[in-house]
Design a protein around this ligand. Structure first.
Ligand code: P6P
Length: 336
């Protein structure tokens, strides 16, 4: 009987691709898979279990912390802490990173940065949300507490990255530097199955994703690019289509499959843009480059930016290489 490969089987078959000790990536992704299943369970019953609505707290970003944000953060931390491979986690939902210092962590070589539930403001209206994760080898000595430098590494040092998207179906999409692979969750069996091997983004596209409500605050280069996208020119498939879900993982996933560009630029209300470098832009940039696309801050490659703070924000241009290059050309021409 023909059947799809499970995530576990795929990881075992391909662990030679992970340039470190055998089985470590499998263990890392297995714990993310387990936490993903638990978060999926909670999201699917959110409307019933009175876990909708703000938890009454604010996260470090000053945003209302939805109850599921808190739950997702706790689930991922408790699951990842039970692995010996990880010595610490940085999360959008926590001001500082946490360091794991139990006996099982004495040989831990990795740290994880994550946005446990991105786009969570969409939960109440039943729109797709996601989890984003980024994995690095620690730079400090194994057996010692994790330090900030373990987390403030440029994106080009990532060993793996991915996301879970909780949409019409739940998927886990990851890369460890050998292409991008997508797995769809079958809740009846409780397993993720390989549904999208070697995902690649079309070199060009005609979908642009940006919150045009902020138009008045955009840099001139973005304004000029948007007007270019909206001009009538059938020879270049214009006008393009505007699609913006307000959930980075959902917009990214659609563009990855169909081609397109996602832009969150700087603006007077967000002088450095809104998205965070370490646990949103870097992991998505790693995936995008592995899928044949590009990711920059409008000028510089995202994965070459040297981080200075755990929650720092950067402008984000990400998608089909030809679309990102066109937007960057406008940014260069109308630099302000
Ligand atoms: P705006 C969600 O809060 C998020 O971080 C991304 O998932 C999403 O693309 C963006 O912010 C939406 O921001 O300002 O357009 O509502």
């Amino acid at each position: 009987m023909q059947r799809h490969t499970t995530l576990g089987e795929f990881l075992i078959k391909n662990q030679k691709d992970f340039p470190y000790a055998k089985g470590e990536l499998t263990a890392l992704l297995s714990s993310i898979r387990l936490a993903g299943k638990m978060v999926n369970q909670e999201i699917n019953k959110a409307g019933l279990a009175n876990i909708l609505g703000a938890a009454g707290n604010e996260n470090v970003q000053g945003e209302d912390q939805m109850k599921l944000d808190v739950l997702a953060n706790d689930l991922f931390i408790s699951t990842l802490q039970n692995r010996g491979e990880i010595c610490g986690i940085g999360s959008e939902e926590m001001e500082d990173f946490v360091s794991f210092e139990e006996e099982i962590h004495k040989d831990a070589k990795y740290v994880v940065l994550m946005d446990p539930l991105d786009g969570s403001s969409n939960i109440d209206v039943n729109v797709s949300v996601g989890t984003i994760f980024s994995i690095y080898r620690r730079v400090s000595e194994p057996g010692t507490p994790a330090v900030l430098e373990d987390f403030l590494q440029p994106g080009n040092k990532q060993v793996a990255a991915g996301y879970l998207i909780f949409g019409t179906s739940t998927m886990l999409v990851y890369t460890s530097g050998n292409g991008v692979h997508g797995f769809t969750y079958d809740p009846g069996i409780g397993s993720f199955f390989l549904s999208h091997p070697k995902m690649t983004i079309p070199e060009d596209g005609k979908i642009y994703s940006i919150n045009e409500g902020n138009y008045v605050h955009f840099p001139d280069g973005v304004k000029k690019y948007l007007k270019w996208c909206q001009e009538l020119d059938p020879t270049t498939n214009r006008p393009f289509t505007s699609r913006y879900i307000g959930s980075l993982v959902a917009d990214f996933h659609r563009n990855l499959l169909k081609g397109g560009i996602y832009i969150y630029p700087r603006g007077t209300t967000a002088p450095n843009g809104k998205l965070r470098l370490l646990y949103e832009c870097n992991p998505m940039a790693f995936l995008m480059e592995q899928a044949g696309g590009k990711a920059s801050d409008g000028y510089r490659r995202i994965m070459d930016l040297e981080p200075t703070e755990l929650h720092q924000r950067v402008p984000f241009f990400c998608g089909s290489s030809k679309m990102v290059e066109k937007a960057e050309a406008f940014m260069e021409e109308y630099k302000n």
